[in-house]
Design a protein around this ligand. Structure first.
Ligand code: UN1
Length: 494
């Protein structure tokens, strides 16, 4: 495949620099970009753009996002392929990621005619009280390699209709996807006309660039997706200047499988959630908590299902598992499996494959690890396809296991019992931001608020009322009478 032709079709200009993009499919270099020397220029330009953009009526801002959705529709197959080439996720998932961008754009266009505030009853006669949502200011969006385009879109589509400029710092591993998306944004902006320069920008660089954005007082909101360690490094810096952050950090997602579960459906759901994206989603299923009465049966079925997985070139139809992003991911996976063996776990799969085809690429067979009991090693998120299986006898025990990790992103229960399902969803059930019944923890639609608690960072992005994080709220009290009654009945008269 000629990558340059693909990039040309997507309107990505030639570039070169210290940040090298490699395709995890075969380990080859597919391009490079230069790091942004400092972010001040970008933040200043975003500040200027904000002055103009906040005065544009929201539905007009929505028009830019609507045109972006059109560009994305037209470029879907090319951009989806680029996502596959740069991240190694299978083409179905690369295309799915672009669809997720289109969906959030459509959502944001509708939102651009809403952005509702409440009107509240006031205690004073001839007064009215209401709230108004206003644009917040420049938003910095730091994204990870595994969703190199969709996570930007969740943030940018909302931020733009809310009236904010966006500065994007993509992962150093996926700069070409960022350039391709930026080219589509520029095309949409050109078609609409009158868009302030600096409204949408991309900056490149590693942790130093992210830190510079976190520290900059011109960034009103830092939205960061990535590891918990990254979030813990950036959030205190934003907090130190009383800025806002929106964190989407690690997950360590579990599924509880109850005796009444439909095991055929469960196996299919587990497979997509545990081995999809080669285990490199923040929502990947990492822990399977199975009722002891069905555990042996389910593990057998899963072993059979794992054995039938097609691993290989993610561009080929039929492949379900592509490569890991690189060697460090493979090494981390092997260390976790070694620790699991030492803890008495029975490890099925997990070895390196395809090495004969591509010596510089890192393909791993997904691993199923039958654990003798809960182990501290299961408290860590290893960004690779490892599924630990443990047993339970009572639902309370299963919920405690689901919640007994530092992270709190996504969770599922498989059951046909209404009481079990509702208990899992209740206040004393799963403590995660996402709790599902009879579907796996990954693959959320954009319409819901996406995010999680505890070490996952507490942020909510995408649907529902997540837009509010990108706006500031003003409470307005209006006196349309001639008297000046004070709240709380206070008398203050000469
Ligand atoms: C991520 O891995 O950072 O729910 C996001 C999902 C996707 C998003 C994952 N819609 O799995």
């Amino acid at each position: 495949m000629n990558i340059r032709e693909l990039l040309n079709r997507l309107g990505v200009p030639r570039s070169s620099g210290r940040i090298t993009a490699r395709s995890p499919i075969d380990g080859s270099v597919i391009g490079s970009v230069a790091p942004t020397p400092d972010v001040n220029h970008a933040v200043d330009a975003a500040g200027d753009a904000f002055i103009r953009w906040r005065r544009v009526p929201p539905p007009r801002r929505g028009e830019l996002v609507r045109l972006l959705a059109e560009e994305l529709r037209a470029a879907k197959s090319d951009l989806g392929l680029l996502v596959t080439v740069e991240t190694g996720k299978i083409l179905q998932e690369g295309l799915g990621e672009v669809q997720e961008m289109i969906d959030i754009c459509d959502f944001a266009v509708g939102l651009s005619r809403q952005l509702y505030g409440l009107t509240m009853a006031t205690e004073r006669p001839e007064h009215r009280m209401m709230e108004t949502w206003h644009p917040l200011g420049p938003v910095a969006v730091v994204t990870a390699f595994n969703f190199p385009v969709a996570v930007w879109a969740w943030n940018a589509a909302l931020a733009l209709v809310c009236g904010n400029p966006v500065i994007w710092k993509p992962s150093d591993k996926t700069p070409l996807c960022a350039l391709a998306v930026h080219a589509l944004v520029e095309r949409a902006a050109h078609r609409l006309g009158g868009i302030p320069a600096g409204l949408c920008q991309v900056v490149f660089g590693g942790a130093r660039t992210a830190v510079a954005l976190a520290d900059h007082p011109g960034i009103a909101l830092l939205s960061a997706t990535g590891s918990t360690a990254m979030g813990k490094a950036l959030a205190p810096r934003v907090a130190a200047r009383l800025g806002r952050s929106l964190l989407e950090l690690g997950g360590n997602n579990a599924a509880v499988v109850c005796p009444s579960a439909d095991l055929d459906l469960t196996v299919r759901a587990v497979l997509f959630a545990a081995v999809g994206t080669a285990g490199q989603r923040c929502t990947t299923l990492r822990r399977l908590i199975v009722h002891n009465s069905i555990r042996a049966d389910l593990v057998d079925r899963l072993k059979t299902a794992y054995a039938s997985l097609t691993l290989g070139d993610p561009r080929e139809a039929g492949t379900l598992v592509g490569p890991l992003i690189g060697r460090p991911a493979f090494t981390a996976m092997q260390s976790a499996l070694e620790a699991a063996r030492s803890a008495g776990g029975a490890v099925h799969g997990g070895g390196r494959v395809m090495v004969g085809n591509w010596a510089r690429a890192w393909y791993a067979a997904p691993a199923l690890v039958d654990m003798p009991g809960p182990s501290p090693l299961m408290a860590t998120e290893t960004f690779a396809p490892i599924l630990y299986v443990t047993g339970f006898d009572t639902l309370d025990e299963a919920i405690a296991a689901n919640n007994g990790v530092p992270q709190g992103l996504a969770s599922s229960i498989f059951t046909r019992d209404l009481g079990e399902a509702e208990t899992f969803l209740s206040a004393w059930g799963s403590d995660c931001g996402i709790a599902n019944v009879n579907i796996g923890p990954s693959g959320a639609e954009i319409g819901g608020a996406f995010g999680g608690e505890k070490d996952t960072g507490g942020g909510r992005e995408s649907g529902s009322d997540a837009w509010r994080a990108y706006m500031r709220r003003t409470t307005n009290t209006i006196n349309f009478g001639t008297e000046l009654p004070l709240a709380q009945g206070i008398r203050f008269e000469t």
